[in-house]
Design a protein around this ligand. Sequence first.
Ligand code: SAM
Length: 402
Amino acid sequence: MAAANTAAIDGLLCWCRAGFEPELAAELSARAAQAGFAGYARAQRGSGHVEYLGVDGAALSAALPYSTLIFARQKLRLLAELHDLDPKDRIAPMLAALAPLADGGRACFGDVWVEHPDSDAGKPLAGLARAFANALRPALRQRGLLTAAASAKLPRLHVCFLAGDHALLAVADPHDAAPWPLGVPRLRMLAEVPSRSALKLEEALLVLLGDREREVLLQPGMTAVDLGAAPGGWSWVLARQQLRVTAIDNGPLAASALATGLIEHVRADGFHWQPPKPVDWLVCDMVESPRRVAARIAQWFAQGWCERAIFNLKLPMKKRWEETSLCLDLLHAQAGRELHLRARQLYHDREEITVFAQAGQSPPPPAGEGWGGGRSRAGTLPPSPPSPASGGRRPKRSAGAD
Ligand SMILES: C[S@@+](CC[C@H](N)C(=O)[O-])C[C@H]1O[C@@H](n2cnc3c(N)ncnc32)[C@H](O)[C@@H]1O
């Protein structure tokens, strides 16, 4: 057998946008601590991933549903780390590492994805990952580790190459993970789209809403306001769903947006304009301080001007996780009514996150939906628990405890 240095490891592996590892590490650390886990994050800036170690990975994974994570594109549970892989035979050491999971001939994985970080160092590994997946699949089947046909009923094996001779083995629960390789949904950009920003709202509707919610909440004839609308990408996405949109911006709208016949352009300041009557949707992509945007969105809910909103919080500052938490808390505090929030740094987001806010009680997951159906629901976010300083400390749970 080819020599390789293999170590079993436990914990979580999450993909993220390269450069946002500190935010994801801070988020995982804060969320794990809130749930009573005392582990530590291993992260390198620009690497496109974060490991959270020193914990019972299965228990922590259960405590942090993928749908509630903001900066993670994918959530996996770690199994093993392999160094010094021989390029002539990378398969044998992986089979050896997985052998303890063999279940008397019953397959334990319903699928296998071979991946690499979405980073400068990781992207050149795409060719290796593709070829390796083709070679690994039959070898796993031969060992009885993988089902003959892909099945979402069983965990999915992830082989994550960090370098040609360095890989992590991990596992995903298909019902609690992104349904796209690398956690990246591929969207097609139509020729008439007024701006690339349109892809952000397209992705937000796909990722932050369930299939049934999209049907119910986006119906022809519904009304929307788009604050900071120019050149009109977000308004155009809503108009394509047959919503009637009031687009607020002092800048001009693209002809393709106006050609929908469903968008009224109002040249006004998005921080002062008020709707003559309540609307179904508020969307907002104004480039402004995130606290100012959060306060403005909260005001719309407090005044009853909208029932739901999708908006971006731009995060050009250093402490982005802290700013994110602060803005979401501010929304809860200032909305004056119960607010249900889901948030995610989308693939098409850059230095920003996208938030879905809905007034009223937390809607239950749509029946029969979720990750297993090939569509995602993301980020159900309760307000932050009281800080330790205000007496809200929860008992710490030792790593590995139930
Ligand atoms: C990122 S662009 C929006 C792109 C748009 N979502 C799209 O899909 O085409 C930000 C827009 O916000 C507008 N904006 C910034 N501050 C504003 C304000 N106070 N009132 C209205 N619009 C504002 C800018 O004029 C700019 O057109």
